[in-house]
Write a protein of this length. Structure first.
Length: 249
């Protein structure tokens, strides 16, 4: 059970659905540990490190937004947001079968079927599917910012946002990958702090607005791919043509 301070924060972010959050915490601490989705050492701090830390992300998500959670894993932050914000429409994208199985079972157990969809696949594989065009794309502990932007921004609509939960190195990642993000169609990344009045330290979020679609350049075809050359009369030449040869013997 969380400390009194964390419990008070949980009641504020989950409201009347704090009981549903408690059931999710139980699933994470039991099935989640047994199935290798949560480390055993994480169990004592499920509430403060995982549930409340993810739930405060809802502060910067508009009402009624469509959300795609990339690399959802055990449902962090996707399922947490679905519990805290029933107004959101959330798609959980996860490539591993054992994780999608847990996610689907958890969605059913918590009664979230009307607002949460589980999709098995990598972000780059589902970019042309229903998850694309989301208002918000979320990710937590998935990859460095350059790769994350490459996977997540294509799933957002123009004007939509990537919200990446990061740690203390967020500013350094921005400095290192700012140019790559711009090349992928993203605006200059900004660090946002969520839950400043609830948790210490607050959750660190890197926000990137998608300004335009990124269309990768295609390599020019080689001379061989362009086909055999033709002379002025329109005849093809080359070794394989068999034309213009004199038979000896």
């Amino acid at each position: 059970m969380p400390s009194a301070e964390v419990a008070a924060a949980a009641e504020r972010v989950f409201g009347e659905r704090v009981g549903l959050a408690a059931e999710y915490a139980r699933l994470l601490s039991t099935d989640g540990v047994v199935r290798g989705l949560i480390g055993p050492r994480e169990t004592p701090r499920i509430w403060e490190r995982h549930l409340v830390n993810c739930a405060v992300l809802g502060e910067i998500i508009p009402i009624g937004a469509s959300v795609v959670d990339v690399g959802s894993g055990a449902g962090l932050p996707g399922i947490v947001l679905a519990v805290a914000r029933p107004d959101l429409s959330i798609t959980l994208v996860e490539p591993l079968a054992r994780r999608t199985a847990f996610l689907s079972e958890t969605v059913t157990a918590l009664g979230l079927e009307s607002t949460v969809t589980v999709v098995r696949g990598r972000a780059e594989d589902v970019v042309d599917g229903p998850p694309a065009g989301a208002d918000v794309v979320t990710a937590r502990a998935v990859a460095p910012l350059d790769r994350l932007a490459g996977w997540c921004l294509p799933l957002a609509r123009t004007g939509g946002r990537l919200l990446a939960l990061k740690g203390a190195s967020a500013a350094d990642e921005i400095a290192e990958h700012r140019a790559v993000v711009a090349g992928l169609g993203g605006a200059d990344p900004v660090v946002r702090l969520c839950g400043t009045d609830l948790i210490d330290p607050p959750a660190t979020v890197v926000e990137i607005v998608k300004e335009r679609d990124f269309v990768p350049s295609r390599p020019k075809p080689s001379s061989r791919a362009a086909g055999p050359k033709r002379d002025a009369a329109g005849k093809s030449g080359g070794r394989g043509s068999g034309r213009g040869r004199t038979r000896r013997g």
